[in-house]
Structures are given as structure tokens and as C-alpha cells.
Design a protein around this ligand. Sequence first.
Ligand code: SF4
Length: 698
Amino acid sequence: RAAAPQQEVASVCPYCGVGCQVGFRTRDGMIEEVVGRDGPANLGRLCVKGRFGFDYLRHPDRLTRPLIRIAGAAKDPADCLDPKRARQKFRDASWEEALTLAAGGLVRIRDGVGPQALAGFGSAKGSNEEAYLFQKLVRTGFGTNNVDHCTRLCHAASVAALFETVGSGAVTAPFTAAAEADLLLVIGAQPTQNHPVAATFLKDAATRGAKLVVMDPRGTGLDRFATEVVRFRPGQDVALLNAMLHVILAEGLHDADFVASRVDGLEALRAHLAPYAPEAVEARCGVSANQIRRVARLYATARAALTLWGMGVSQSVHGTENARALIALSLLCGHVGRPGTGLHPLRGQNNVQGASDAGLIPMMLPDYHRTGDATYRAFLEELWGTPLDHKPGLTVVEILHAAERGEIRGMYIMGENPAMSDPDLAHARAGLAKLDHLVVQDLFLTETAALADVILPATAWPEKDGTVTNTNRQVQIGRRAVAPPGEVRQDLDIVVAMARGLGLDWRYGHAREVFAEMAQAMPSLANITWDRLEREDSVTYPCPAPDAPGEEIVFHDHFPLPGGRAHLVPAGPGDPGELPDRDFPFVLTTGRELEHWHTGAMTRRARVLDALQPAPTVSLAPTALRRLGVAPGALLRVTTRRGAVDLTAREDPALPDGVAFIPFAYTEAAANLLTRAALDPFGKIPDFKHSAARIEPA
Ligand code: SF4
């Protein structure tokens, strides 16, 4: 028989927030290769995950039918480490039996204990339509606002600061604005690892002559393109940024016209900055006063500066303070609202922007209307035909703490893996194990699914139609390229079936119907329709007309705040909560690495990616390894006040002595057994970047 012809289906990469457009080349129902398409965020480029990260679809571990916990099989957090042992505690079930049990358990808790005993985690790996339906299900079917997703572990602090200062949590300009900037400031980010294709645009700009300032405690892949590399002490972002602000104001380098016409709070900020002269903080920051002055002058005197940041800024107990100081720097110098300028928190997951826009957050309804906003709530109650709770719900870490206390009794988790991604995992896993009823919808028997009562097999991204919104506010369409395996159903259909089990009369046939309802609920999607996305693949919001391109750069003449003016918010003091001491002398920082995505469920089952990076490592400076008396490749034990893991030593000259880095993708050495659950008080984001640790040969 002649081989079937290869077909190419246009879609979007489901990994990071860059949102590269891809072509899935398929034959006989399988993806043979993935190519980059000419999307606005990638111009045909892809990184190694987008190129090689899809054969997990047919991995033997893939769930192909629903599973139900066998009666009497105990939930044991140790099962998170042993999928084979976990699997023995489940039996196969029909969809009808699984859905009846899944929804029935949640109904019993809702009606017997109350709606506030329920919670749901949706996913930034799913589509906008799934995120919208999931949060609607929790608010209307459960009757609570206890719904959240991984934005809480990602840029929640940045969003809190952006709302407070400029009135909107999204980026003010795409990263491609780098082409028109004459200075790029990149702080607390490792784009060559975590947003690799975005990094290529930054390198292009630097190569063409834009000045590049890179600020990070660790060295980065951008350093060799940089005009200035500022290696500061971990946790000292606020002191460093305040010192730069101090220099700019003391030397009169700020954009006085911009501030006078568009920004409030100058005098309060000036007073607040008095103790932050560079000489006063240089020892604390580990950066010379000379370099602080030099970098401040570079930034302030640039014609157009684009400011980009990552988790190094946000994942901190003072993440909102960090972001406030950074935003103040940009506002003070008028680097917002013009070509080549802007504020850009690089979004982590491919759809964390869209899932947040769609309302998958506990304190806000779709389009960031607060749950207490009576006018919008009344509009939504009319649209949805159901009364809504006005109280903000609990956030991710708060929900698992409440589960451990026995206050949250039932959960529905779709596409998230908190038994790996939450801080202080011993407690997070204990909270999940204590739930009376846990429904997990996922591709694999993940660490979280190991503690479930019912597991519903989920659809992978190349198996579904849907839209996603990337870090640049580009709404893009993904198309189904292959059929899901076995008895797997579309995620959207599963959420609808769950809603019906909870007593809601939902009838959605396809994602385009959900998108049409979203457009009614979300003015941000004005002039963006499913048909338009089918034709154009990508449209940026806000979009002023059905045939107009979206607005890439916003806030040209006003900010969406009363009076149209932005706010300078003084930041500080910003001290890290857990400092190294004699018993725990290292600072442990955690994050992602190029080859693996978040908790590793997909990429560790992708053959090429697993071959490139097969095992967990702890990276240390050469001097630190010598002090420990070990060579690269030695087995080390890393211990914090929460737990310990054993993993292989890797030498990394980009790390300062005294700082260790562990990626969080590995079950067998889960970095989050070590991290702290302390939260930033505003964004409610935990501190993944600063734990005191002891390191010794294992
Ligand atoms: Fe996918 Fe991000 Fe890589 Fe692009 S840069 S291919 S979106 S992981």
C-alpha cells in the first residue's frame, strides 16, 4: 500500500508563553515532525521543545480510559513517587461510571458541607475556552470562587503591581518591540532557557546596536550580548532598583514632562528613596555604587527602553515590591506607551495570559472584574443565569493549606500538577491526600493523579481545537492535528459532562460556541471572532475594529486608571524571609531548564528531550564544588528546613558561590520538597527563589 501523504496542520506550540506558531506534519494519524510557521511571535523559529516535544502523545504511560480508586485503597503521599504502585490502587471504569462518581462526590460535599468546601484548579496548558468553562463551572456548579491556576506560581506578583500602578495586568508591548528599542533591560529572567525564541529577538536587537542591560544573580545566556551585566545578591532586587531610582531623581534624569502629565506619586517616591543612595546599598546588593550609577544613567537617558522580567522578580515573598520598583523605573523615565518602550513580564505557560483573562483566578471574574464588582457580576449572572458569590476565593497555596486543615474537602484539578509544582510539597501532598474527593483530569497518572479518587483521561493540545493567548496579548488558534488515543474524550466535553453532573444544563458542541460566549462576557475580545482567527491565525487584543490589527503597544496617551494617570508606588524594604546561616549556608533557587517543561509530565516522556536532559542536577559554582570537596557528577544531598533530595552535582560558572540551582521537573528529586510556602502578601505567590539550604555529599 502506498504511504499516505503527509499533511500539515497549523497550530501553536503548547509550551511557553512565547506562542510560536507551528505546523504539525502528520501521516496516518501520527505527528511525524513539527515545523515553525511564520507567526508574529516566532517568524518561523522554534526551540528544542517546540521541535521535539510531542512524541509523549503516544507514550505507553498515556491514560486512555477513566480510572477509579479501588474501594479501600488508601491515599498515600508516597504513591506520588511510584506510579506503578499508584496504578495498582485504581481500576478501569466506563466514562459513565467515572463521571457519575466524579460529579457525585463533589455534589455530596457541596450540598452536605457547603460550596466553600470545594475548589478547582484549571490549567494554563489548556485553551481559553477550557479555562473559561472551568472557572464558570466552579463559580456556578460548585458555588464558590475557589478557582485558580498556575499564574499564582508565576506572575501573580507582577500582575498585582501592574494593576496597582498602570491599571492592567497584561504587557504594554510585545517582546518584538525590542526591534525599535535602543535599550533593553532584562531582569530576573533566563529567556535563553525559558523563552528561547523571544530571546532570539532580544539578541537580534542587541546585535543591531541596542544596548542590553542584564540584571540577575545568576549569569544568563544573554550576558555575552550585554552592554552591562549586573550580578546582584539574591533577594536584593528592591534595594538595587531603588538605588537606580535614587540616582535618576538625584541627577534629574527622569522624564519630567511625562511624569507631570501622566504619573502621580513623584514626591512620595522621592522621599521614600532618601536612604537608597548607591553607596548606602552597594554592600547589601553586591553591586558597586559606580555600576549602579552607570546603569541608571544608561536606562534614564535611553531614547526608548523596553523592560522585560521573569520569575526572578515575581516568585518572591516581596515579588510585588520588586515589580513596583521596576515599574516605577519605567514610568519615571517615560519608557511606556511609545514604540520601542514597554513593560513586559515574560509569561511562563503558553496560555497563562489567556487563562487569567478568561477568569481562572479567584479574586476576579473574566476580564479582571473583581468578584465584588456588583455591576459586572449582575451582568454575568444574567448571561450565565446563575447567582454568583461576591467574595474572592482562595488562591492555589491557600487552597492546599485549607485542604490540610480539612476545610477544603473536594477538588477538581484539570491539567495541573500541584503535587510537584506547589511549594513545601510534603504539606501540599498531605493536603491532597486528605481530600474526601479528588477528581483529576490529565494525560498521565501524574503525582497529583496518584492521590485522586477519579482520573479522567485528557486530550493533548495537538488533539484539540481552541484558542490561546501568548505573552504578547496575541490570541491565536490551534487546530486538531491528530485524534486522541483509546477512549479519551475532548477536555471541553469532559468539563461539560461534569457540569451536567453538577446540575447545570450546559450544551456546548464546539470550542467556537464557547468563544462566542466569551466574546459576550469579555470586552477585551471585541472585534476578535473565531472566523477571523480561522482566517488570520492571530489577532492582538485590544483590537479597535473587525478589520484592524490589534494594538501591540498600549497606553499611548492615558492609563486605564481614574484620571488616566499611572501611580509611582514606593517599594520596600523587600528583605528575603529566609537568610542563609551556619546550618543552611547556601541560597537555593529553583526554576525551569531549556529541555523540560514545568513538572516534566510531557517533556520527560518526549524521547529527544529526555535524552538531552535525562536526570536531575544541582548546579553550583566551581568554587562551591571545590569547597565541598566534590567533582561534577558527584551525588549531593540538598537539605532545607522542609526536606531533602539527592541529585547529581553540575558545575555552572554562571552561578555565584553560595547559590545553588535545581530545576523542578524531576519526581525523583522534587525541588519543591525544599521550597517555602511563605506568600507575597499581595500577589499570594510563594517564594521559589530564596530558601536557605545545606549541601553535602550524599
Ligand atoms: Fe514553544 Fe516557547 Fe519554544 Fe516557542 S520558544 S517553540 S513557544 S517552547
